[in-house]
Design a protein around this ligand. Structure first.
Ligand SMILES: Nc1ncnc2c1ncn2[C@@H]1O[C@H](COP(=O)(O)OP(=O)(O)O)[C@@H](O)[C@H]1O
Ligand SMILES: [Mg+2]
Length: 225
């Protein structure tokens, strides 16, 4: 059986409220895969997390607590998503260790974040490493890795394929200044590199991408590794 991990960006499922329509279609698409595959899905916090964090930050709440709040948001999103899957956990694991045990039981193991300082992309690569997934799909708000942030820089170009070191250097060069807005954080990239987990960065709302990546190994987004 092949293991696939998906980092489902918060922006995909939580925009103005929960994207229930997407969740339903996403679950239908993945459940269409036979028993040859099992999935680990790590869900981000999206607007639910952001609304709490942005408001509380104004009151000087420290980053550790803001992260805890964000993590709780990811777990709420994860629990909501799990409702759409027939063969998934209905209790959200709080560690990769526990998620790995659930992955022995369920075809779909769904979780959110784990601890402050770790993004859900990092949790995804750790889960991929743990359950021997060879690929991790970063289903995000942009359709690939660009030479610059495509939401800010006009003329940024998509990079179809990068080595781990190229991705790490790109993330490093963009990590200056405020805001964590890189396509994927360095910890996640380094975990993927050490265990040679191939990363796919693609637009998460494009449902056809999941089947394309899983069955053909190609993507309209970017491949790292
Ligand atoms: N070089 C880059 N290539 C692609 N996206 C980038 C790059 N640099 C910054 N970004 C930004 O990274 C973000 C990745 O999405 P993110 O905010 O993590 O949402 P999600 O929770 O859906 O993953 C996008 O907002 C995108 O604009
Ligand atoms: Mg992301």
């Amino acid at each position: 059986m092949e293991s696939i991990v998906i980092s489902l960006g918060g922006s995909i499922i939580s925009t103005d409220g929960l994207n229930l329509n997407f969740m339903e279609n996403f679950a239908r698409e993945l459940q269409g895969f036979g028993g040859d595959y099992r999935f680990g899905i790590v869900v981000g916090g999206g607007s639910l997390a952001r609304s709490y964090i942005n408001d509380l930050r104004k009151y000087g709440v420290n980053d550790n607590i803001l992260d805890e709040i964000g993590i709780n948001a990811t777990r709420m999103n994860a629990l909501a998503l799990s409702s759409f899957f027939a063969d998934s956990n209905s209790k959200i694991p709080v560690t990769v260790n526990d998620a790995a045990e659930l992955a022995r039981i369920y075809r779909f193991t769904i979780m959110g974040g784990t601890e402050p300082g770790h993004t859900t992309d990092t949790v995804s690569t750790l889960l991929a490493e743990r359950i021997n997934a060879r690929i991790m799909i970063n289903a995000t708000s942009v359709d690939g890795v660009y030479t610059d942030d495509p939401k800010k820089v006009k003329g940024a170009r998509k990079i179809p394929s990068l080595t781990y070191d190229e991705a790490i250097n790109l993330a490093l060069s963009k990590s200056v200044g405020a805001g964590p807005n890189v396509f994927m954080d360095l910890t996640a990239l380094n975990i993927a590199k050490r265990s040679r987990i191939r990363l796919y960065v693609t637009k998460g709302t494009d449902l056809s991408e999941y089947r394309r990546i899983i069955t053909t190994g190609s993507t309209s987004g970017s491949i790292i590794g």
